[in-house]
Design a protein around this ligand. Structure first.
Ligand code: ZN
Length: 411
């Protein structure tokens, strides 16, 4: 798209495209999603769940709060409390909104005895978590207090770590290609002076060496950065940049020896003895909020067709073709596509074409096309196709959407 960077602010575009908004009565950093934004988010969440299923992940659900003790054990209470909402007193117990999903997943893993045959156990959840950010820094979808994270924890043996981490990097690469996202760099994030990190020098050395090995084998260029690690371990961060060049982390892969120790996680090995698993934390698209913010900005609102809030706009030239347009939209909806009729009551054909300029497929129906069950098609990138049968158009769109293609029309 040709818009200048100043125009492509996801907050402004998000409001223009009616994706999301905030209301002071709900609170800063607590955006709500409008139908168009929910459609994008739903497509993204479906994609991730399906990609994870194919990669052997198993999904769980866990509650968004937990007892304070849970986070004392995980280390969040000692190392991360400043970013957590204060505890709520309920009778004699204290509950907190969770700052991460790891502790719940560790508890699920240890809910029964595990054999080495179950490893790697890839546990995934698109779960809610909360961060107590000061009001001043909040804005749009990039700094929020309620976060929906595409999270997973892989419980595995030490020998499996490199392959599992490499597999996670592969999933990340695949997702970015489908989303049309090009990362600016890969970063190996290490602890730095003055940070709050768990003290276990041997553990840090081992996990850093493992991640270096994975990055070296991947052939990716990467930089090392001190002071960017999680409190429990180093991580690979996949960095993206907004149109103004501001960097943020979208996807991560982390190796953790700390929480398996804290939660006393075990599995029974082939020798019949109990062993400690390693925990890999990984996120393919990061938080749904930040992923959508980045998608809005990097595509200037012109999402790949599979993510577009409306995939097909049907424009009857005049009222005579209205019924035919309705039928096309209904057929599209029946195929699982998101289609909308934009009729003459919304302005001249030229004005309507401009209004739907971000919709990937625009079908124009005049009296001649209506009679022949055909449509004239304009693609978002300006291409015009010869009139073609409605069934053929819808079939091609469906194919492209199901393939998560970033191109609109092959050939
Ligand atoms: Zn985690």
């Amino acid at each position: 798209m040709s818009e200048s960077p100043a125009v492509v602010d996801h907050r402004r575009l998000g409001r223009e495209l009616e994706l999301f908004d905030t209301d002071p009565l709900i609170g800063a950093g607590l955006p709500y999603w409008l139908p168009a934004g929910a459609a994008v988010r739903h497509a993204l969440e479906e994609y991730v769940r399906e990609a994870e299923r194919r990669a052997g992940y198993r999904h769980v659900y866990s509650p968004v709060l937990g007892k304070r003790e849970l986070y004392e054990i995980s280390g969040h209470w000692a190392h991360y409390r400043d970013d957590m909402f204060p505890p709520m007193d309920v009778g004699a117990e204290q509950f907190v909104m969770r700052p991460s999903l790891c502790p719940h997943h560790a508890v699920i893993f240890r809910s029964r005895a595990r054999s080495y045959r179950e490893l790697p156990f890839r546990m995934a959840e698109l779960g809610g978590m909360y961060r107590s950010e000061p009001s001043g820094v909040l804005g749009g979808l990039t700094r929020v207090r309620a976060i929906r994270l595409n999270d997973a924890h892989i419980f595995c043996t030490l020998d499996q770590v490199a392959e599992e981490a490499a597999g996670a990097l592969g999933l990340i690469r695949e997702a970015h290609a489908a989303m049309g996202i090009v990362p600016v760099r890969h970063r190996l994030s290490l602890p730095g002076p003055g940070g709050k990190y768990v003290a276990a020098p041997g553990m840090w050395e081992r996990s850093t060496a493992l991640l270096r090995e994975v990055l070296d084998a991947s052939g990716l260029d990467y930089e090392e950065a001190e002071g960017e690690a999680a409190f429990y371990g180093p991580k690979i961060d996949v960095q993206v940049a907004d149109p103004a060049g501001r960097e943020s982390t979208l996807s991560t892969v982390q190796v953790d020896f700390h929480q398996p120790e804290q939660f006393d996680l075990r599995y029974i090995g082939p020798d019949g003895a109990r062993h400690r698993p390693v925990m890999i934390h990984r996120s393919v698209i990061g938080s749904v909020e930040r992923a959508v913010a980045h998608l809005v900005e990097c595509h200037a609102g012109a999402f790949p067709a599979w993510l577009a809030p409306v995939q097909l706009a049907v424009l009857p030239v005049s009222d005579d073709a209205y019924e035919a347009a309705d039928r096309v939209a209904a057929r599209a909806a029946g195929l699982g596509l998101r289609a909308e009729v934009v009729g003459p009551e919304q302005g001249t054909l030229g004005a309507r074409v401009r209004a739907v300029r971000l919709v990937p497929y625009q079908a124009v129906i005049g009296a001649k096309e209506a009679a022949g069950d055909r449509v004239s098609v304009r693609l978002r990138d300006g291409r015009r196709l010869d009139p073609l049968p409605v069934g053929e158009l819808l079939g091609r769109i469906k194919e492209s959407v199901e393939a998560h293609a970033t191109g609109l029309w092959a050939g």
